[in-house]
Design a protein around this ligand. Sequence first.
Ligand code: C5P
Length: 302
Amino acid sequence: MTAMHVVPRKVQVRMPAKINISLKVGPPRADGFHDLATIFHAVSLYDIVTVTERPAGSGISLACDSPGVPEDATNLAWRAAERMAVEAGRAPDVAIAIDKGIPTAGGMAGGSADCAGTLLAINELWQLGLGRDRLMELGAELGSDVPFCVAGGTALGTGRGELLTPVLARGEYHWVIATADGGLSTPRVFAQLDAMRPTAPAPVVSEVVMSALRSADARALGRALENDLQAPALALKPALKHTLDAGIEAGALGALVSGSGPTCVFLARDREHALDLQIALTASGLAADVTRAYGPVRPAFV
Ligand code: C5P
């Protein structure tokens, strides 16, 4: 009789980064968060999240190929596995492996993407059959950006970012993405905004951005890019201003700090223009790394 060889089952998902094409931030709330009106847009920079079954009773393990990413219960992906185990009423015996393509602590929701990827992968691995809406609810318990990371595409986020409404977005947009050395802490950037701006109106979504997306007008979109967290991010990392200026001088349709930074994004006319901008920004020597991406994209099983 031949020995039975049990191959561990595994599921792999490709999770996009997000940028905020428009990010309006209201005053601080009683719970410490801020109400937002933001347009999320998922772009083709990916983390690969692989979740593999482990023997009963062995618990969760987590490994990431990028230094500086926690490999313990402080990682949102680990917490996603714990939350799915509660949902399924079983033990969280899984190995999570994260292959990083999204800048860490860069304002592109890399941690939230890994969290969302773990929710999606475990739903498949354990054949739970949870719908996207339930996965997004679970994601909202774990982080403000996680529901969007489950969905991908382009969407309006309100509340603390977790309440999503689809946005009619036509066309494909080409971006150049410049990373910076060292990350920025999201709570610190929000706190800096509050310090710089003691009062703030309730956030309202940008109609100009919505209209540019509806008509696939990259030029209008480039002019309308906006981020209330940009000023505090620049206050904490003044060198980013040179990176933004270099992109505009090189002909970008618009330039923006991504989320809470320090990654900067630049909108190009098309794919070729993005390549030109990438070369110019690389030559400027101002960024740690310069890459290209397009959007909108969605998470996908590999
Ligand atoms: O929800 P998440 O864990 O991603 O948020 C990280 C931190 O960013 C929060 O603890 C809070 O300081 C800040 N934040 C905020 N308002 C939001 C989202 C995040 O103040 N809408």
